[in-house]
Design a protein around this ligand. Structure first.
Ligand SMILES: [Zn+2]
Length: 187
């Protein structure tokens, strides 16, 4: 474990994880009373002395005003911009709010500021992943040194087993492993 190349396995390059980003969560804003009733200014802060001043502004086009500064290599840069807020109707709930991503307009509940970036954006725009998805799949450990041909043969065996009587559990297990083996063989 560790050492050069430990960030890669099966030829997969690591993406930035949401866990490494600063996060702005609409449900937290709501809990803290920024949205209901709206208008109170406040601050969202993170453990590392970083914070963002936020204020919700309602009206025809509600938005969240965000102001913060980023200092990098001794140079401070100030940011002050708006993120549109959209109200969505929910069953048996008061209307709830979502952000409209400043880049793509997608309605999202969370915005992220990845390390080294300047603006908050959605998970899709920054191509973020979740750490749990990057965790190593141990079931594949035992097959990792097999050549592609052997992986495909094993996948075929698993599929052949399903021609006989089988339970749903077995079906799912075999299918999932066969797919992983095929994927690994293609890499
Ligand atoms: Zn986006």
């Amino acid at each position: 474990m560790g050492g050069p190349g430990s960030g890669r396995w099966w030829g997969y390059r690591k993406k930035t994880c949401v866990e490494d980003c600063r996060k702005l969560d609409i449900s937290l804003l709501r809990q803290k009373g920024f949205l209901d009733p709206p208008g109170a200014p406040g601050t969202a802060s993170w453990g590392d002395n970083a914070s963002v001043s936020i204020k919700t502004v309602m009206g025809d086009r509600p938005y969240l005003r965000m102001a913060y500064s980023i200092t990098r290599h001794g140079e401070r840069e100030d940011f002050d911009y708006r993120v549109p807020l959209v109200q969505v109707a929910r069953f048996s709930d008061r209307a709830s709010w979502l952000f409209a991503c400043p880049f793509c307009g997608r309605r999202v509940g969370k915005l992220y500021l990845p390390p080294g970036r300047k603006y908050f954006g959605c998970r899709h725009c920054y191509n973020l992943t979740y750490r749990k998805r990057q965790q190593h799949d141990r079931t594949m450990d035992r097959y990792k040194n097999l050549p592609p041909g052997a992986l495909l043969a094993l996948a075929q065996e698993l599929m052949d087993e399903l021609k006989g009587p089988h339970t749903t559990g077995k079906l799912l297990k075999n299918l999932s492993l066969a797919m992983k083996l095929q994927k690994a063989a293609l890499r």
